[in-house]
Design a protein around this ligand. Structure first.
Ligand code: LLP
Length: 442
């Protein structure tokens, strides 16, 4: 839960706003974003990683309001698509505070980033180096001198202990230049030979929702070894190094994430010692947390529509609580087998709890929001259920499956609400449907 969440007579309040009032005004389902909590987590990362640049990973959740909060709190912004770049531009994020990721950025996206003077482009393939070389040289011949500041995304060969789909530093996956094959070193040679490309440093991201800090430490050592090798063999001392994001958060009481502040101390120690041992200047470090900042700052509120008791094999019973959202607003349970919790948010209840499953309104059995939760046995249609920790990768991965309308994001602060993303309407859906303008029979 976000830090301002509390129950008053059974009614959940976030940011001083009762969720019953929020739903009365803005409808259900809704993502509820606790502004104070978001800002506090962003600021805490900046304090814990005081000597680092902290890039908020917008892929976890991005809109213009959040982009502005990020900059106001003194952070930088990590984006990974032209769409996210457009949000950053519209929010007025200074280009030099942006880092641009992606394993397959288009020529148009790269060109826009170079024109804007994006602070750093994290290159991920030899093709991208070629593309960037063409963009800067084409720009230069047309008059304006163009440069692109780049980091090399490397694969540190670390097996991060997380879900296979979100682990990114083992060899057999699509991201980065392998250190062990020599590709990363070759990338450094190529980049430094191209006029208009400035090599800032190396970048490593080992995965997401990671609890064990050992993976970060091993990756940091491997990246440093390459950093030193590039200094020796290519003759370039790079001024920066980025150790990526991936700091895990607690989704249920069973989760026990490590403390980012402690990790900051460890990583700084490793980098400082290894650089000293090799007689190298210590590069400016940066990190890219997404989930750990926005994840706990949001919850989703749903309205219960139906309640059904289903007998299980051993005579046990599971209560299926169907809500007015589902896998279209939170795909993580279905996709990653993620665990969430839920609570009755609209009233107090003394009823004994029952083993329950919170499910959505979509046309498939895998449409589960919360796999197992003990909820009061007297739930009825109209009750509100809140699911905490939905800030990261829920709205940003939301879909219109079954023509569901994506819920709004309502920010709460000091007892007031404000709409930061409005609820989709049927008109929004039909606007993209080229045949919708002509009604049948026209
Ligand atoms: N930096 C890079 C280069 C990344 O690829 C990512 C996440 C991050 C930073 C931020 O990681 P975070 O601190 O948020 O863990 N959809 C998945 C997560 C995908 C993560 C992709 N990259 C999920 O819902 O768990």
């Amino acid at each position: 839960w976000s830090t301002t969440a509390r129950k008053v007579d059974g009614v959940l309040e976030v940011g001083g706003v009762a969720l019953t009032d929020l739903v009365a005004e803005h409808g259900s389902p809704a993502y509820v974003l606790d502004e104070a909590d978001f800002r506090a987590r962003a600021a805490a990362f900046n304090t814990a990683f005081a000597d680092y640049d902290v890039y908020y990973a917008g892929k976890a959740f991005l809109c213009t309001t959040v982009a502005r909060w990020v900059i106001e709190e003194g952070l930088f912004l990590d984006i990974c698509s032209g769409g996210e770049l457009a949000v950053a531009e519209r929010a007025g994020v200074p280009a030099e505070r942006i880092g641009f990721h992606g394993n397959n950025k288009s020529v148009a996206e790269l060109t826009r980033a170079v024109e804007l003077g994006v602070g750093r482009i994290i290159v991920d393939s030899f093709h991208e180096i070629e593309r960037l070389a063409q963009i800067v040289s084409a720009g230069s011949t047309s008059g304006a001198r163009m440069t692109a500041r780049v980091l090399i995304r490397v694969t540190a060969g670390v097996e991060a202990h997380t879900h296979e789909y979100i682990a990114t530093a083992h060899e057999d996956q699509k991201f980065g230049f392998s250190i062990s094959s020599g590709d990363a070193l070759e990338a450094a040679r190529q980049i430094t030979a191209i006029e208009g490309l400035e090599l800032l440093g190396l970048h490593s991201h080992i995965g997401s929702q990671i609890f064990d800090s050992a993976g970060f430490e091993v990756a940091a050592r491997r990246v440093l070894a390459l950093h030193a090798q590039i200094s020796d063999e290519v003759g370039v001392v790079m001024p920066e190094m980025d150790l990526g994001g991936g700091f895990g958060i607690a989704y249920t009481t069973q989760d026990d994430p490590s403390d980012p502040a402690q990790l900051a101390i460890e990583l700084t120690k490793i980098v400082t010692e290894e650089c000293k041992a090799r007689d190298l200047a210590v590069p400016r470090l940066s990190i890219e947390p997404g989930r750990a900042i926005v994840g706990p700052a949001m919850c989703t509120v749903y309205e219960v529509g139906t309640v059904k008791a289903v007998e299980l094999d051993a005579g046990a019973v599971r209560t299926y609580v169907s809500v007015d959202g589902g896998m279209s607003d939170n795909i993580r349970t279905a996709l990653y087998d993620a665990d969430y919790s839920a609570t009755l948010a609209s009233r107090a209840s003394d009823a004994p709890v029952l083993l329950s499953r919170v499910v959505g309104m979509h046309c498939e059995a895998g449409d589960i929001v919360v796999k197992d939760e003990f909820l009061p046995g007297d739930l009825v249609p109209g009750d509100l259920i809140a699911v905490p920790g939905t800030g990261a990768y829920c709205r940003s991965m939301a879909s219109n499956y079954n023509h569901a309308l994506r819920p709004p994001v309502i920010a709460v602060a000091a007892g007031a609400t404000s709409v930061v993303i409005r609820r989709e309407t049927v008109d929004d859906l039909l606007r993209l449907d080229a045949g919708a303008a002509a009604s049948m029979g026209d």
